[in-house]
Design a protein around this ligand. Sequence first.
Ligand code: ZN
Length: 470
Amino acid sequence: MRSTRFKKRGPWIDLVLITSILSLIGVILFFTIINDDFSLRDNEANAAHSSIDSSITEEKSTFPGIRIISDISNDPKLPFALQYPQTNDELFNSMIEEYITSSKKNYINAMRLKKKTRKDEALSGELNIHFDTYQYDEVYYSFVFTERMSTNNTATKTTLKTFFYNIETAQVLDIRTLLGEDTKSLETFSSHVRQLLKSNNDLQNLSTEEVDLATEARWILFDKFAINEDNLIIYFDEGTIAPIEQGPISVNVSMSFLNPLLAEEFQMQMVEVDAPVEGLDDGTKKRVALTFDDGPHPQVTKQVLDSLDRYNAKATFFMLGNRVQYYPEIALDVLNRGHEVGNHTWSHPVLPKLTEEQIMNEFTTTENAIISAIGQESTVFRPPYGSTTDAINAMIPRDVAIWSIDTLDWKHRDANKLVQSVKNQMHNNAIILMHDIHQSTADGLNGVLDYLANEGYEFVTVSDIMPYVQ
Ligand code: ZN
């Protein structure tokens, strides 16, 4: 039966069989090759660490607990130089390695892809990753990675990545944790960063619209940062708020501004300068409080601050809200240089002539301008012209400070008369009224400081002298 059937097979069956077998082989071969190709590429990328010819070295750093790894390519067609930190914490290490490996993969894949499609031997590229380390309060490390990549003659693209890490608890933390998850703090912080960007003379090409968008009060917008003992540094990637040629933009938020916004565990302990109210001295100590009203002023205030610095003198500046609004960076400079910031109303009215509501509005709008500029409230209030009532003093939620010596600097506008008027009226625990909006006041201040220092007076703030004033 079998042989009979076999013999009956026609030539068309052979044709069908052979065709089918050949097709099958073809299909199998096709999938094998494709598969090989896929797995080959996958392996290359995954084994980027090992299969690419590179030298990996490890060295100690000056930061306790941090080692530096360098991974430098030996393949001139695939150049890269990568540097990254490692600690004793496996989780942190693998997170950093993951970031480095993924950047490396992107680079290698992009280089291979272009090489395949263009077959051009002259193509070149580069990947460079280096990092900066900032330390804060001993246990907090900020790692700021700068990644510069170009593939096959494309323009170099710079990308930043930051990690904020507590080496003691092995935790990676974000800006939200740093500011205690407080949205009020975020609002104050973001408007301050906006202010800093807009007032920075080195950053003239910023797009106002982009800056406004990039500094909205949203946590995610401030996720690239580093912190050291002096500043919190916020980074913006290239092309986000400035033309791409300018590269990434960074802005320093001073610790004087930031400290009160930080979650408690991150706050720096301020050195207490306030004298205890009772029992500090026997009353023979000589002290004076210099006060400067109606500023800030872009030139005069700066000159006044420089003079005060020379004598290591602390003073009090009673600021007008409508001027703080225009010169927030000067208000901040006053605070940063150790002086006291007082509220002197928004528009300098005669307060007893106003309604309660208008008075509170003068106070509050100025407070808001001060908070936005320096990140904290004023600590003392002075009514314009010293004009006030008990009812007003009770209404204002600050100590109200007038003066005991009026230099009349606004009237005579004479540097010599300024010095003379202080000499004529000087007494212990004096509060001296001057104005940091007149050039003659700034010019005469050195003479005033020189005289008072020689007489043995210590220069203190209004809040510090109040307990000694009858
Ligand atoms: Zn005034």
